[in-house]
Design a protein around this ligand. Structure first.
Ligand code: C5P
Length: 234
């Protein structure tokens, strides 16, 4: 079983996905971390993210290892290693954040990541979050959610996260970067960010993550109960 949770950055999908996975005992997969890790590796190896041929060439020999690790609290979550290196928190740094949308727009990078995301489903039930999980990676899953929030709320949330992490983050600057990343993610040719026709949309502007996660779980339970009593309505 795959639960797809898509949405733009700071829509709350990471926290909500983790809460849903923890409540259901599913594994949690943050696909954004995979694109960030590839971007980090390119930068670390001196490959210009704007040089598509260079990125594609480097990708041919890149090895990505994906393991699930259990933490004391929270669900079992993905740990990513690239050519035996664990990038850790470096994938969250500003230089990676600025370059990731360009790297994620390269069709070969997407195909490379999507193949690995699909393979993870054979390891057990998943909550997978991203931009194209319900539209491209697992379009056949009946469990699709799309989270969004107003641009102001998203910028404030991201700025607060950055400040809590000890970074200097003015809301206006965060909002500007976010708008640009949204523009690139929504306008790329392959797998742009969009709401799947059969996804349930949830606005997280005024509901906290626990509230959104509970809504999703309630929806999944009622759907499950319906499928058990009348399979044709699944
Ligand atoms: O979710 P997060 O903000 O960490 O994602 C970082 C970037 O990775 C996004 O801005 C997008 O360019 C890319 N991404 C993607 N498809 C996904 C997940 C993330 O293109 N499924």
């Amino acid at each position: 079983m795959v639960i797809a949770i898509d949405g733009p950055s700071a829509s709350g999908k990471s926290t909500v996905s983790r809460l849903v996975a923890e409540s259901l005992g599913f594994r949690h997969v943050d696909t954004g971390a995979m694109y960030r890790a590839v971007t980090w590796k390119m930068l670390d190896d001196g490959v210009d993210p704007a040089d598509t041929d260079g990125v594609v060439h480097r990708l041919k020999t890149l090895r990505m290892e994906l393991d699930f690790v259990s933490e004391e609290s929270g669900p079992s979550a993905l740990r990513i290693r690239l050519d035996d290196q664990d990038p850790g928190r470096k994938i969250r740094e500003a230089q990676v954040e600025r370059a990731v949308s360009a790297v994620a727009a390269i069709p070969q990078v997407r195909a490379w990541c999507v193949a690995r995301q699909r393979a993870l489903a054979s390891r057990g039930d998943l909550v997978m979050e991203g931009r194209d999980i319900g539209t491209v990676v697992f379009p056949e899953t009946p469990y699709k959610f799309f989270l969004d929030a107003s641009p102001e709320v998203r910028a404030q949330r991201r700025a607060a996260e950055r400040t809590a992490a000890g970074e200097n983050a003015a809301v206006a600057a965060v909002a500007k970067d976010m708008t640009e990343r949204d523009r690139l993610d929504c306008s790329r040719k392959v797998a742009p960010l969009r709401v799947a026709d059969d996804a349930i949309r949830l606005d997280t502007s005024r509901v906290n993550a626990r509230g959104v996660a509970d809504l999703i779980i309630r929806h999944l339970r009622s759907r499950h109960a319906r499928a058990a009593c009348c399979p044709e309505q699944k």
